[in-house]
Ligand binder design. Structure first.
Ligand code: NAP
Ligand code: MG
Length: 499
């Protein structure tokens, strides 16, 4: 049954209301704890209405230590890693199915907690489900090699789980980030302590319950909640953590790398970006304009791979910019439960201030505001912001160099291929890049010169579990997903036998 909220007009499924009412728990060694060791709490807010959704216990260093101890005990006694691989694969397949079955209700959780539209939340859920399906498929596949050697010797390698993984995720894709972290960690036999971002703590609990119901033993996945400086800090400094997997800002990434150095903890870092989207003059500008708008405004621009720099061939600049502007202006900014919501609110007031601050900086630096730049009319509550475009951006401007993490596009112009590549690479980040051209030779030439972990040619934004993902330069260390996930979540062992 759905109850209609008279103020917002939204119809919230009963299962969602019940879930949120009981979402204030930590999960340690299979036990759902409604209270942290010191009774501290924080709140999570619906960014479309600014209403408090739930009060969540904030895990202290003591709670974190208990969660890590549970994960270590589960690793040491092998209750998961030594389970029949077929059984582990089947548990992960059950998770994949359960996510799909829950999709109508579960999609609401991130729409309320993060602000994204139900359409985006549902897409993310399907992607999370696919991630568990893909990683179920690697569990029972061979993982080592036999190495030819001299007579009387037998040498082989195996890949073992790394151990206890501290997994810290951001708020922009709450459920999908949890899936991208947990599915490979579990597939390769690790145990985990997961911390969602304090802005979006809810959907991870739903996933953790699904994992439990699918037969993942207690203690294998533990959920802690709380702010980074307290809960996250306790995770990254704990000596029993074998690996830290972090997705978030470059600033916190550096901090984590320093903490990891002290204990020589293994680390993968998926960090920020300032990704260039290069458009040559030999393309269908209508199609490219739609994708360029999507590249920057999808998920309200809160995407690490957002195409936030549009690099355009000077001779098609005016036409392309006017088409992208039309696409931006036709995007409906609305709460995520409206069917025609093209863009929801930003995640928090802090994020709204950050994005507005960058708009002021860009204006001060002399960039030309083409559209947007403020709150849309007619929405008096919520952290909404218009799709925004700046033209005339030069490489030295902060709007060309720094990650805004909101719906703000910076347009730069180039005369030829060499200048396009030079502009594209002229930032400290290297997460993603795009190139649009009908000249295949040029597509290959440019793709090979772009300093980016993912390059899209004549498309933008496709990311999924089948391909490796990570950053060049300040965008990170290591790769996750796809064929490289095995390196992130296992360590090789060589065995040399005298025979
Ligand atoms: P953030 O501030 O770096 O936070 C990310 C996570 O780290 C949150 O869970 C945060 O907790 C936690 N954290 C903060 N301080 C910590 C500390 N001292 N020790 C341990 N953990 C700590 O980033 P955000 O603002 O949430 O997310 C936006 C950023 O993430 C952007 O820069 C974006 O580019 C990046 N991002 C990258 C990718 C990628 O795959 N490369 C994907 C998504 C986002 P609290 O928030 O609860 O304090
Ligand atoms: Mg929230």
């Amino acid at each position: 049954m759905a109850a209609v909220d008279v103020r917002t007009g939204r119809e919230l499924p009963e299962a969602v209301r019940d879930f949120i009412a009981g979402a204030g728990v930590l999960v340690i060694d299979g036990e759902e704890r409604p209270r942290s060791s010191d009774g501290g709490v924080f709140t999570t807010v619906d960014p479309a209405t600014e209403e408090v959704l739930a009060e969540i216990p904030q895990a202290t260093a003591e709670d974190v230590a208990e969660a890590i101890a549970a994960a270590k005990a589960a690793h040491d006694d092998g209750r998961w890693r030594l389970l029949d691989p077929g059984k582990r694969a089947s548990a992960l397949l059950k998770v994949s199915d359960a996510l799909k079955r829950a999709s109508k209700d579960l999609a609401w959780i991130d729409t309320l907690d993060h602000g994204k539209s139900l359409r985006l939340s549902t897409g993310e859920l399907i992607a999370a489900s696919n991630t568990f399906r893909y990683f179920a498929g690697v569990v029972d596949k061979p993982s080592g090699v036999v190495i030819p050697s001299r007579e009387g010797r037998f040498i082989y390698t195996d890949r073992e789980p790394v151990g206890v993984c501290a997994q810290i995720i951001p708020w922009n894709f709450p459920l999908l980030m949890a899936a991208w972290k947990l599915a490979p960690a579990l597939a390769f036999g690790n145990t985990a302590v997961l911390k969602p971002a304090e802005q979006t703590p809810l959907s991870a609990l739903w996933l953790v319950r699904i994992l439990r119901d699918a037969g993942v033993p207690d203690g294998v996945v533990n959920l802690v909640q709380g702010v980074g400086e307290v809960t996250g800090q306790a995770m990254i400094t704990h000596p029993d953590v074998d690996k830290i997997a972090f997705t978030g800002s470059t600033e916190i990434g550096r901090h984590i790398a320093r903490a990891a150095a002290d204990n020589l903890t293994k680390v993968t870092l998926e960090l920020g970006g300032k990704s260039p989207n290069i458009v040559f003059d030999d393309v269908d500008l209508d199609r490219v304009a739609r994708r360029a708008a999507f590249a920057c405004f999808y998920n309200a621009g809160e995407v690490c791979t957002a195409g936030t720099r549009l690099l355009v061939n000077a001779n098609v600049h005016d036409e392309l910019v006017s088409k992208v502007t039309a696409a931006a202006e036709s995007t409906k900014v609305l709460p995520g439960w409206f069917e025609d919501a093209g863009m929801g609110p930003l995640v928090s007031d802090e994020q709204l201030q950050r994005v507005s601050g960058y708009v002021d900086i860009a204006k001060d630096e002399g960039a030309e505001l083409i559209t947007g730049g403020g709150r849309p009319d007619g929405l008096d509550a919520g952290y909404f912001f218009e799709p925004t475009i700046f033209d005339g951006v030069s490489p030295g401007m902060r709007i060309a160099q720094e990650e805004v993490f909101g719906p703000v596009l910076a347009v730069q112009t180039f005369e030829d291929e060499d200048e396009a590549v030079a502009l594209a690479n002229d930032v400290s980040y290297g997460l993603a890049a795009g190139v649009w051209t009908s000249d295949h030779g040029r597509a290959h030439r440019v793709a090979s010169k772009l300093q980016a972990g993912t390059v899209w040619v004549n498309t933008w934004g496709e990311l999924d579990e089948v391909a490796s993902f990570g950053g060049f330069k300040d965008s990170g260390i290591g790769r996750e997903l796809g064929p490289h996930a095995v390196e992130a979540y296992t360590q090789p062992k060589t065995v040399r036998m005298a025979t």
